[in-house]
Design a protein around this ligand. Structure first.
Ligand SMILES: O=C(O)CCC(=O)C(=O)O
Ligand SMILES: [Fe+2]
Length: 301
């Protein structure tokens, strides 16, 4: 382990980092990327935009309605009174980005920053997914074509009384992978390692964090690890994070590619759509990867 507790992947050092990337995804399901191609001024501009959107009056934020369940505005609730979020589905669609901006009366400048950021991060998510597939020996370039991305901007209003409590409960992300622009000053994110211990993910300005979600485990026939994580309130200050979730195939059932299945590695999961999996997680309230057990193929003996 390195500084901040999670492995670092240098995106300018490929093919050199393939092995390291694969190991990080199999053993922890989380890594930091450095030398990515998202310009630093765009990251900080985006953070300014996000902050001002989340500062809008509640009645405007409420216009950010769900497109798929849970994709829109989330007001502070009894479970998470310090947390609120705005969201956009899907950020690869310029029409959806446009609707999001219009609903929130975004200024032309804000709109421009959101469009640039959405485009750059979407391309990065696709690039990362392809690199990960390549690190596992899959060279096909069409593997993730058309997979939508959900975008969520999170704000934590940490108060002095909240120090020591949770900003976000333990969970796994449901999709394939998440790119997180975590707050560059305020820590609190923790990921669970194989031993069950929480590892603090300390901020490292200018870098991005990647988490694998449940769909990565299914897609890889069990080889990739969905990582449990949570956010702790460590200090009484505001924390902002910007998450992009590369979800799963749109409308079609997800199945691990044949390359991951052989007599020693029988198929582990039934074929299902991402939409059905998301509904399953919501209806069972199994948010930490346990719903994977429900879609496992039962051994026939
Ligand atoms: O705010 C963070 O650092 C993490 C947020 C998160 O886990 C999520 O949005 O799924
Ligand atoms: Fe998460």
């Amino acid at each position: 382990m390195e500084k901040g507790g999670v492995p670092t992947i240098d995106l300018q050092d490929f093919p050199g980092q393939f092995e390291r990337l694969r190991k990080a995804c199999e053993e922890l399901g989380c890594f930091r990327i450095v030398n990515h191609n998202i310009p630093l001024p765009l990251m900080s501009e985006m953070k300014n935009v996000v902050r001002s959107l989340l500062d809008l009056p509640m009645e405007i934020k409420k216009r950010n309605t769900d497109v798929i369940s849970g994709s829109g505005y989330m007001a502070p609730s009894q479970v998470n009174p310090l947390y609120e979020a705005l969201g956009l589905f899907d950020m690869g669609s310029s029409q959806a980005v446009d609707t999001f901006c219009s609903q929130l009366d975004a200024s032309p400048h804000h709109r421009e920053v959101i469009e640039m950021y959405a485009k750059a991060i979407y391309e990065l998510a696709m690039d990362l997914a392809k690199k990960l597939a390549q690190s596992m020996g899959l060279m096909r370039s069409d593997l993730f074509e058309g997979w939508p991305c959900q975008f969520r901007i999170n704000k934590y209003n940490f108060t002095p009384e909240a120090v020591g409590s949770l900003g976000v409960q333990i969970h796994t992300d449901s999709g394939f992978l998440t790119i997180l622009q975590d707050d560059e000053n305020v820590g609190g994110l923790e990921v669970m390692d194989k031993s069950g211990a929480f590892v603090a993910v300390d901020p490292e300005p200018g870098t991005l964090l990647v988490n694998l979600g449940d769909i990565a485990t299914v897609w890889s026939n069990g080889r990739l690890r969905t990582v449990k994580h949570r956010v702790q309130c460590k200090e009484a200050t505001m924390r902002i994070s910007i998450a992009t979730f590369l979800l799963g195939p749109k409308g079609t059932a997800l199945e691990a590619p044949a390359e991951f299945v052989d007599s020693e590695h029988p198929r582990l999961y039934t074929a299902f759509t991402f939409e059905d999996y998301r509904k399953l997680r919501l209806s069972t309230k199994l948010h930490s990867g346990e719903a994977l057990e429900l879609v496992r193929i039962q051994p026939s003996n």
